[in-house]
Design a protein around this ligand. Structure first.
Ligand code: PMP
Length: 455
């Protein structure tokens, strides 16, 4: 069968039988999508031979790109030795043990324990279980309310969707009633036109204090947030935001949970977003880039403050997953951390690639339909507008951004659209020339979008 016939056949089967995540089933059954069949370095290839520069690192996970033979070898060797065994009933395995140790070594000193899951969503569920147990063991079971933020993304299990602040997800989730939301630190979207980013940052951070007072400090367990909201639109908080949040968490008796599922492992210029923004979380969610996306793995780093309470009292922690600490996933994690620790990929991306990417993207601020470019490290968003000063959008229902994303895809660039923003997170192993290609393709897509929408 030729490539086109194979592709057509696969697409037909896909449309007939496969419900995709975060997809309009009706639309997909009619129009279908594209089938990927291979990847190399930072390029992904469809089964009919279309090459795309992956400006999203998969789904924010392949920070080291697609050609990491060391991870492949580690996974292969592990599958041959011990493909699976569980970590229940006083059992363990070498890769899980070594990965736990390696994670303790690459995170801040106060993190000395880890709980493994398969995904970021499950890791955030685990956070809720840990937080509950932490307060129960201290005889404070009433401390169970969680504060999160509008438009946050913390995953898609019932608990994680409740923790998140995505309206569309809440509408389809019979969610938890103990999660409360405050505003997101999204200056371009939420601030008044005459409010400076710094004033806005302080104002929205103080909503945490107001919410704690409203709910009663004795009832509030934790605040959860991504250092930079990723899926929400790569929302870089104003400089005043995190210091104020940290002050509030220090003064109030609540735990701080940093969801590092996207920010972790180099995305924002440091190993973790918490370091970039100078925050000291008590619990830290990770997933995605911990295995470079090669195996499903997530987890929670648990600080001594929480771990000491959990360790001090007897009694079972009644939570776990068949694949918690899966040896093959852990082997992928270990091999990924080995690359990150033994090369200068994180520091060199921060010192060389990120400044280049950010300054090249800032040039797009002169483009007639660009209202804002924001970013940090290898992480950026470009907001589309019709009118720069009023921030009026180009079209209803983000139609212009959808068009721009589709156009970029056709030109050979994989970027994503969130609301009216184009968002991107290229691999940390990209070259300067490849980042230039990314910006040029995006520029072309913006030109064609401006033309299409008469701007
Ligand atoms: N938290 C954040 C910040 C995320 O971006 C994601 C996934 N995009 C998750 C949690 C959920 O991770 P998973 O899809 O692995 O469940």
């Amino acid at each position: 069968m030729n490539m086109q016939a194979t592709t057509d056949n696969l697409k037909a089967l896909d449309q007939a039988h496969h419900f995709h995540p975060f997809t309009d089933f009706h639309d997909y059954a009619e129009r279908g999508g594209r089938v990927f069949s291979r990847a190399e370095h930072i390029y992904i290839y469809t089964s009919d031979g279309h090459r795309m520069l992956d400006g999203m690192s998969g789904l924010w996970c392949c920070n080291l790109g697609y050609s990491q033979q060391g991870i492949v070898d580690a996974v292969t060797a592990q599958l041959q030795n011990l493909p699976y065994y569980n970590n229940f009933f006083q059992c363990s395995n070498q890769p899980a043990i070594e990965l736990a140790r390696a994670l303790v070594e690459v995170t801040e000193e106060r993190f000395n324990h880890v709980f493994f899951t398969n995904s970021g969503s499950e890791a955030n569920d685990t956070n809720l279980r840990l937080v509950n147990r932490y307060y129960q063991l201290q005889g404070r079971p009433e401390k169970k309310l969680i504060i999160s933020r509008n438009n946050a993304y913390h995953g898609s299990t019932i608990a994680a969707a409740s923790l998140g602040g995505m309206k569309g997800m809440h509408e389809q989730t019979n969610g938890l009633d103990y999660v409360h939301h405050i505003d997101q630190p999204h200056w371009f979207e939420v601030a008044g036109l005459d409010e400076t980013p710094d004033d806005f940052g302080r104002r929205v951070a103080r909503q945490l204090e107001e919410k704690i007072d409203e709910l009663g400090e004795a009832n509030v367990a934790a605040f959860i947030a991504e250092p930079v909201q990723g899926a929400g639109g790569v929302i870089i908080p104003p400089d005043t935001y995190w210091p104020e949040i940290q002050r509030i968490c220090d003064e109030r008796d609540i735990l701080l949970i940093a969801d590092e599922v996207i920010c972790g492992f180099g995305r924002t210029g440091s190993w973790f977003g918490s370091q970039t923004f100078g925050i000291r979380p008590d619990l830290m969610t990770f997933a995605k880039a911990v295995t470079n996306g090669y195996q499903p793995l997530g987890g929670v780093m648990i600080s001594d403050k929480v771990a000491d309470v959990l360790l001090a009292s007897p009694g079972e922690f009644t939570h776990g997953l068949t694949y918690s600490g899966h040896p093959t996933a852990a082997a992928a994690g270990l091999a990924t951390l080995k690359v990150l620790r033994e090369t200068d990929i994180i520091s060199s991306a921060a010192a060389n690639l990120a400044p280049h990417l950010q300054s090249r993207l800032r040039e797009l601020e002169d483009h007639p339909i660009v209202g804002q470019v924001r970013g940090r490290g290898m992480f950026a968003a470009v907001e589309l507008v019709r009118d720069k000063s009023s921030r009026e959008r180009l079209a209803d229902k983000s139609a212009a951004a959808v068009f721009c994303r589709n156009t970029a895809n056709e030109l050979g660039l994989m970027v994503r659209q969130t609301g009216d923003a184009m968002i991107m997170a290229p691999p940390l192993v990209s070259s300067v020339a490849e980042l230039d290609d990314l910006v040029e393709m995006l520029h072309k897509a913006l030109d064609l979008t401006a033309k299409q929408f008469g701007a």
